[in-house]
Design a protein around this ligand. Structure first.
Ligand code: NAI
Length: 257
């Protein structure tokens, strides 16, 4: 039975992924603030370290799959918390769990980024340098300078940096025998999206965000793609970002891919 760790397993896409993987015969260790096998706060360095330690102990140093779903939307304040969970919470667990994945059976990992990752070019990502340096304090200063744009910047910049972090690991993870990919959803009906819709600063923009497939995704539709990327049918897919956005990116940037 494959052993899989899912962060953000208590809600939305993470919870749907847990259901899909259970149905496919996986044993799942969920990580979340609450309602999970491992309770941890991925917004702090101590919380991430404690989560990694707990997971390595629970899996006995051998893990087959990892899915990183935990994340916060642009409405959450302070914006530095969005960056802390979406970027640092993901990359630190990726790196901490690679040794265990190396010992897994046909091991693979999927990181949930966002179509928002394509809204910024890395060369124009104002947080690129400080995120590369792993400097959370400096990142906080950049966000403070962004004023009322801080939430949107934290979200798009964290997801842009996360996708870059996945792509940059392709060589080392490939050599280690562990496949690593990202999924970039468009708008998905989850509590995160509902909270953004309810926020007067972000609600109208989210409401007006129309995909060529004229509806929002269901969590199960993202979970199905995650399950595909984790499994043997995706055995030569590595370092890729799979857009699951109902055609948003293709419509917005048909000549850039
Ligand atoms: P959600 O709010 O339903 O689930 C997110 C989960 O992450 C929650 O269970 C929450 O408790 C957990 N989490 C948040 N902060 C945490 C922390 N500090 N430590 C541990 N766990 C924490 O949201 P949803 O929509 O399922 O989001 C999952 C991922 O999908 C996120 O990374 C999000 O950015 C991404 N995404 C969501 C989209 C959407 O429209 N819902 C669109 C594109 C990407």
């Amino acid at each position: 039975m494959p052993l899989t760790v899912i962060t953000g397993a208590a809600s939305g896409i993470g919870a749907a992924t847990r259901l899909a993987l259970h149905a496919a015969g996986h044993a799942v260790i969920g990580v979340d603030l609450r309602d999970a096998e491992v309770s941890a706060d991925l917004s702090t360095a101590q919380g991430r370290a404690a989560a990694a330690d707990a997971l390595l102990t629970r899996c006995g140093g051998r893990l087959d799959h990892l899915v990183l779903c935990a994340g916060l939307g642009p409405h959450v304040e302070p914006a530095s918390r969005v960056l802390a969970v979406n970027y640092f919470g993901a990359v630190q667990l990726l790196d901490a769990l690679l040794p265990a994945l190396r010992g897994g059976n046909q091991p693979s990992a999927v990181v949930v980024s966002s179509v928002a990752s394509t809204q910024l070019d890395w060369d124009r990502n104002p947080l690129a340098t400080v995120l590369d340096a792993g400097d959370e304090a400096a990142a906080q200063a950049v966000l403070q300078a962004a004023g009322e744009r801080a939430g949107q910047l934290a979200y798009a910049a964290s997801k842009n940096a996360l996708t870059v972090a996945v792509r940059r690991r392709a060589a080392a993870w490939g050599a280690a025998g562990v496949r690593l990919n990202s999924v970039a959803p468009g708008a998905v009906e989850t509590p995160l999206l509902q909270a953004g819709l309810a926020d007067p600063r972000y609600g109208p923009a989210i409401e007006s965000f129309k995909a060529p497939i004229p509806r929002r995704a269901r969590s199960a539709e993202i979970a199905a793609v995650i399950a595909f990327l984790l499994g043997p049918q995706a055995s030569y897919v590595h370092g890729a970002q799979l857009l699951v956005d109902g055609g948003v990116d293709a419509a917005a940037r048909p000549t850039r891919f």
